[in-house]
Write a protein that binds this ligand. Structure first.
Ligand SMILES: *Cc1c(COP(=O)(O)O)cnc(C)c1O
Length: 457
C-alpha cells in the first residue's frame, strides 16, 4: 500500500516561533510549570489539545462570509440544524457556545444532590458540570480500558455489568440519564463499539433511563467501528453515525472537535419537555434558540465541517497520522496507551517515569521536559487533572492512570512536524531518569489543572 497522504493542499500558512532552550526555561518558570499558563507564541508545536485548533477549509471560510447574522430565524441556523439532524436523527437541536455549555444546561435540569450520572469515563468538564449541581459523576469503564498496554479494539466500552449493579444499588429513579463518551477522551481516545452502545441502551431501556452520547469525536469513533467491528466494513461513516445516534435519546457535542471549527457546540435531544426547559435556560445564559451563543457564521462553519468530517479520505488520514506517531514511539519502546486512539497519543507516565510517585506528578514532569527540550506543549491527564484529596488524611487519591496527552490538531501539522515530535519524545525518554517531580503550590477547587501552580522538587 502507498503512503496515506494529507487529503488537502495548503492554501494559507501561519509561521511558528522558534525559541532557545534557555528562553523556554524562563517561560516555564514564569508559567509556574503549568502548560496552560504558557503564552502560545512561545510554543513551537502545540499538542495541548485538539479542541478548537482545527484548520478550517476554504469552504468553511467561505461560510464565515456567507453566515446570516439575523437575531432570529437565521438561514445559517437552519443549515446547521439540518446538518446535525441529518447525522443524529435527533429532534431538538440547540446550539451552544461550546460543549460545556450544553453540559451545563443539561445537568442543571437533570442533576442535583442525590443524583448519579454514569459514563464510560466523564471528561473533565462533564464531571465538573455534574458535580457542580451536587450530583455524582460515576465512571464505569470496562477493566481492559484501564490497562494502558493491553491491545484491544474497543477499550472505551462501558462496563455493562457494573452499570446494571450500579443501577440496582442506587435506584433507577436517582439516575436521570446515562452517558457514553465517544471516543473516550480521558481514557486514551479509545473507541466504543456499536454492540456496546446497543447493549447499554437495551439495559437502560429496562429501567427507563435515557442514554446521552458525549459525541465530540463521533466521526473518529464511527471510523474505528468501520475498521474494527464485524458487519460495518461496507457501511458509510454517515450510516454508522446514524446507527450510533439511533440508540441515543440525546447528545452533547463540542463542535471544536469533530465539527472542525474553532468554537461551538450543541445539545440535541428527543424529549420535548426537556428541550423546552433547556431552551429556557439557553435564552438566559447563551442566547436566542436559533443562535445560542454563536454567530451565524459559526453555525455555517459547523454545518460545513460536519459534512467534511465524515469524508473517509479525511478519516483515513486522521487516524493514520496519530497511529504513525504511535508506531514510532512503540518501536523505541516508549510506553504509550495501546493501541493509539483517535485524536492523540497518550504516554504512560507511570512506566515512563517509574522513579516518580503519583504525589510527584510524573506526567507533569514529562510535560515540562517536552516543552523545555523541544518547545512542544502537551498536557497531563493523570493525578493533576483527576486526583482527589482524602479529606480526613489530606493525602492525594491518585487518578487510575498517569498519562501525558499529545493531542493532534485536525489538518494542522504535517508529517515532518510529527517526525520532530517523535524525536523529542525519544530524547526525553532516553534521559527519563533525570526527570524531576513537582508539587502543587496553588490550586482552584475545581478543574485545578487549568490554573494550578507548581514548584520543581
Ligand atoms: C472537549 C470535550 C468536552 C467539552 O467541550 P468544550 O467545547 O471544550 O466545552 C466534553 N466532552 C469531551 C469528551 C470533550 O472532549
Amino acid at each position: 500500500m502507498k503512503t496515506i497522504i494529507e487529503p488537502f493542499k495548503i492554501k494559507s500558512i501561519e509561521p511558528i516561533k522558534f525559541t532557545t532552550q534557555a528562553e523556554r526555561e524562563e517561560v516555564l518558570q514564569r508559567a509556574f510549570y503549568n502548560p496552560f499558563l504558557i503564552p502560545a507564541d512561545d510554543v513551537l508545536i502545540d499538542l495541548l489539545t485538539d479542541s478548537g485548533t482545527s484548520a478550517m477549509s476554504a469552504k468553511q471560510w467561505a461560510g464565515i462570509m456567507d453566515g446570516d447574522e439575523s437575531y432570529a430565524g437565521s438561514r445559517s441556523f437552519f443549515r446547521f440544524e439540518k446538518a446535525v439532524r441529518g447525522l443524529t436523527g435527533l429532534k431538538y437541536i440547540i446550539p451552544t457556545h461550546q460543549g460545556r455549555a450544553a453540559e451545563k444546561i443539561l445537568f442543571s435540569i437533570v442533576g442535583g444532590p442525590g443524583k448519579y450520572i454514569p459514563n464510560n469515563t466523564h471528561f473533565d468538564t462533564t464531571r465538573a458540570n455534574v458535580e457542580f449541581t451536587g450530583a455524582e459523576a460515576v465512571d464505569l469503564l470496562i477493566e481492559d480500558g484501564k490497562k494502558p498496554d493491553l491491545i484491544a479494539d474497543f477499550k472505551g466500552n462501558m462496563d455493562i455489568q457494573a452499570l446494571e449493579s450500579f443501577i440496582e444499588k442506587r435506584g433507577a429513579e436517582n439516575i436521570p440519564l446515562c452517558m457514553i463518551t465517544i471516543t473516550n477522551n480521558s481514557g486514551g481516545g479509545q473507541p466504543v463499539s456499536m454492540a456496546n452502545i446497543r447493549e447499554t441502551k437495551a439495559l437502560l431501556r429496562k429501567y427507563s433511563i435515557p442514554l446521552f452520547l458525549d459525541a465530540c469525536r463521533f466521526a473518529e469513533n464511527a471510523f474505528f467501528i468501520k475498521k474494527r467491528e464485524p458487519g460495518y466494513a461496507n457501511k458509510s461513516i454517515v450510516e454508522i453515525a446514524r446507527e450510533m445516534f439511533s440508540y441515543a435519546d440525546g447528545c452533547t457535542m463540542s463542535a471544536k472537535k469533530d465539527a472542525l471549527v474553532n468554537m461551538g457546540g450543541f445539545l440535541a435531544l428527543n424529549d420535548a419537555e426537556l428541550a423546552t426547559k433547556a431552551r429556557n435556560i439557553l435564552i438566559v445564559t447563551e442566547g436566542f434558540p436559533t443562535y445560542g451563543g454563536l454567530a451565524g457564521r459559526d453555525l455555517e462553519a459547523i454545518a460545513q465541517g460536519l459534512e467534511e468530517i465524515v469524508d473517509e479520505h479525511y478519516l483515513t488520514y486522521r487516524i493514520r497520522s496519530v497511529e504513525y506517531l504511535g508506531e514510532k514511539l512503540i518501536k523505541a519502546n516508549v510506553p504509550i496507551v495501546r493501541p493509539p486512539g483517535g485524536h492523540a497519543i497518550y504516554l504512560d507516565a507511570k512506566r515512563f517515569a517509574s522513579h516518580l510517585s503519583p504525589e510527584q506528578y510524573p506526567g507533569q514532569a514529562i510535560v515540562c521536559e517536552l516543552y523545555r527540550l523541544g518547545g512542544i506543549r502537551t498536557v497531563e491527564i493523570g493525578s493533576v487533572m483527576f486526583g482527589r484529596y482524602d479529606k480526613s488524611t489530606h493525602t492525594l487519591i491518585p487518578a487510575a492512570m498517569e498519562l501525558v496527552r499529545l493531542a493532534i490538531p485536525r489538518r494542522v501539522y504535517t508529517q515532518s512536524h510529527i517526525d520532530y515530535v517523535a524525536e523529542v519524545v525519544l530524547e526525553v525518554y532516553a534521559n527519563r531518569n533525570t526527570l524531576k517531580g513537582l508539587v502543587i503550590t496553588e490550586e482552584a477547587p475545581m478543574l485545578r489543572h487549568f490554573t494550578a501552580k507548581f514548584r520543581v522538587l
